[in-house]
Design a protein around this ligand. Structure first.
Ligand code: MN
Length: 387
């Protein structure tokens, strides 16, 4: 019996790489659902090759357009919007839901999948950041597994395999430092969008590349790590590792540090999540240690990159605060990408938004969505009403 798999965000970078992995194991997986929002050209190709029963796009207009483009014999069902995403992420026969859609849009389908007891391979960090407490609680209740695709968390999962939880002393998340790490504080103020998008090691979407430059990406990953591995924030450390070959580490109570080291290739963590707990052969290119020569480490400068501090603060406050951090960050990053604010104003806007938030503890899903909405409105206001 092949495992039945659904991919949300199949036309994005992680979605495409997930299908690349699946293409090599077609006798292990059957793709039953795909969502591809607006890129109907690529989605059409994917539909023709993988033959899912259902596809989901942005709206009715795009749905009609896709239908028109497909051969009449193709009797695929095409749905749209959030309801469409909920529909395919809760399909009765689905075994694994890969969630690789950007932003807060990942939250509802992830939550609904977990509520139905589905196993989720999670690439979208927002869902875990804003609703980690809720998702973990629900997953435990419904006996569903949430596995990380984010490379750092995949590394930690691998380091923790066959280890006892109470033997963990701390988690060490590695950070490349992003495009701007070596700039002085003055130079940081004058960074252009092009400078910030010029990431040294990973090719990724714009949002996450800016998050890497401000180190907010690592801040969000600290929050993710807390929920994935049930580890308190004070046991999660960040180290700058510019080569990014060590994807993260775990330090144990006997002083041993385990590290997961591999190429910059997201197909490795994707494959690990899809086959977990098994390790499967592949022919992806291997890391040549002789060529790399050295791996270096530095202590992160929290004063130069205050976004990390804000993320730890949000985690410490708990409740709806991580949702506020995430929502305000998304708005501020967008404003920077549209040249409305400087990069150094991103943490200021987030901090101001967090300061005004009326925190709610143990939030349910609608509390989280409300906090997210409130934070975006507030942050947008800060972006437009600055002198
Ligand atoms: Mn990552």
């Amino acid at each position: 019996m092949r495992k039945k798999i659904v991919i949300l965000g199949s036309t994005g970078s992680i979605g495409q790489q997930t299908l690349e992995v699946i293409r090599k194991y077609l006798n292990e997986f059957e793709v039953i659902g795909l969502s591809g929002w607006e890129n109907t050209t690529l989605l059409k190709e994917q539909i023709i090759f993988f033959k899912p029963k259902i596809a989901v796009v942005k709206d009715e207009y795009v749905a009609r357009n896709l239908k028109k483009n497909l051969n009449k014999q193709n009797n695929i069902k095409i749905l749209w919007g959030t309801n469409g995403l909920i529909n395919i992420s809760t399909l009765k026969e689905a075994d694994i839901i890969v969630v690789a859609i950007t932003g807060i849009a990942s939250l509802i389908p992830t939550y609904e999948a977990v509520k139905k007891g589905k196993n989720v391979a999670l690439a979208s960090k927002e869902a875990m950041v804003v609703a980690g407490e809720l998702l973990v609680k629900e997953a435990k209740l419904k006996n569903s597994k949430i596995l990380p695709i984010d490379s750092e968390h995949s590394a930690i999962l691998q380091c923790l395999k066959n280890e006892q939880k109470d033997c963990v002393e701390k988690i060490i998340l590695t950070a490349s430092g992003g495009a701007l790490y070596d700039l002085t504080e003055t130079a940081l103020k004058n960074v252009t969008v092009e400078d910030a998008l010029n990431h040294p090691t990973w090719k990724m979407g714009k949002k996450v590349t800016i998050d890497s430059a401000t180190l907010m990406n690592k801040g969000l990953e600290v929050i993710e790590a807390k929920w994935f591995f049930n580890i308190p924030a004070d046991k999660i450390e960040i180290v700058i590792h510019p080569q990014s070959y060590i994807h993260s580490m775990v330090q144990f109570i006997d002083g041993t540090i385990m590290a997961q080291i591999s190429e910059h290739d997201m197909r490795i963590p994707i494959q690990y999540a899809l086959f977990y707990p098994n390790r499967i052969i592949n022919n992806f290119s291997r890391l040549d240690l002789n060529k790399i020569g050295q791996l270096t480490f530095r202590k992160p400068n929290f004063n130069k990159f205050p976004c990390i501090k804000l993320a730890y603060q949000a985690l410490e406050r708990g409740g709806t605060m991580p949702a506020v951090l995430n929502g305000a960050n998304e708005i501020a990053v967008n404003a920077f990408l549209n040249c409305k604010i400087r990069i150094s104003e991103i943490p200021v806007i987030i901090q101001n938004t967090m300061k005004e938030h009326k925190l709610k503890y143990s939030p349910n899903i609608s509390d989280i969505l409300d906090a997210d909405y409130w934070a975006r409105e507030r942050a947008l206001n800060f972006c437009t009403n600055k002198k």
